[in-house]
Write a protein of this length. Structure first.
Length: 212
């Protein structure tokens, strides 16, 4: 018995070392899965996290596209555009809180999934839109202004994330076509046809119709 105690004691630092090492690996993996500019999940990480949340309860699923982002880049330079992306990431993360998830899908397009709050879906999307449209301070430019088109849907527990994202994207597209703002999807049935798996009007389909 006495010979086992020193052996067990000697193993403690080793076990502790492996625990620290494993934690460091998890942090590095999480960092690699995140977009370095916005601090949010990349598309794959967002979809995995949001799908897990949807398996446990209903969520608001939203797709966001910034309005006027290209003009900021063209007028003030890419550093200003980076500041807008970073601010958008921080505001989205704050809005979804600890019980939701947000991601940068690419460029100036984002997505979020989070539990519905007491304001209801229209009020929740309006609050998110307001938060994202706050001006962004940046170096010698007093304030940077961008808008946002926000489409969202309330997805019941067990809804396939792809379906929820598609109808939220359609609502976002509708909002963008009329000048931006928040828009609630009427349901979980897609309205637009797809071209090569992408909604009419989407970048890359050749049928953008002037939408950005």
């Amino acid at each position: 018995m006495s010979t086992l105690l020193p052996a067990a004691a000697a193993a403690l630092p080793l076990a502790g070392g492996w625990s620290v090492h494993a934690a460091m690996l998890r942090r590095r993996l999480d960092t690699a899965r995140r977009d370095p500019l916005s601090g949010l999940h990349r598309r794959e990480g967002f979809e995995q996290a949001a799908s897990r949340l949807l398996a446990r309860g209903p969520l608001v699923v939203a797709v966001i596209d910034l309005d006027g982002f290209k003009q900021v880049n063209d007028t003030f330079g890419h550093a200003a555009g980076d500041a807008v992306i970073a601010a958008t990431g921080a505001r989205l993360a704050e809005h979804v809180g600890a019980h939701g998830v947000a991601g940068r899908l690419g460029g100036d397009e984002f997505a979020a999934a989070f539990p519905l709050k007491p304001a209801g879906l229209p009020g929740e999307l309006a609050a998110l839109h307001t938060a994202l449209c706050r001006p962004v301070p940046h170096e010698d430019v007093p304030l940077l202004f961008v808008g946002a088109s926000v489409g969202g849907v309330l997805a019941p527990v067990g809804t396939a994330l792809g379906v929820a994202l598609r109808v939220a994207d359609e609502a976002m597209f509708g909002a963008k076509q009329t000048g931006g703002g928040p828009s609630v999807a009427p349901g979980l049935t897609p309205v637009y046809r797809t071209v090569n798996g992408r909604r009419d009007g989407r970048r890359g389909t050749g049928l953008e119709g002037g939408a950005a």
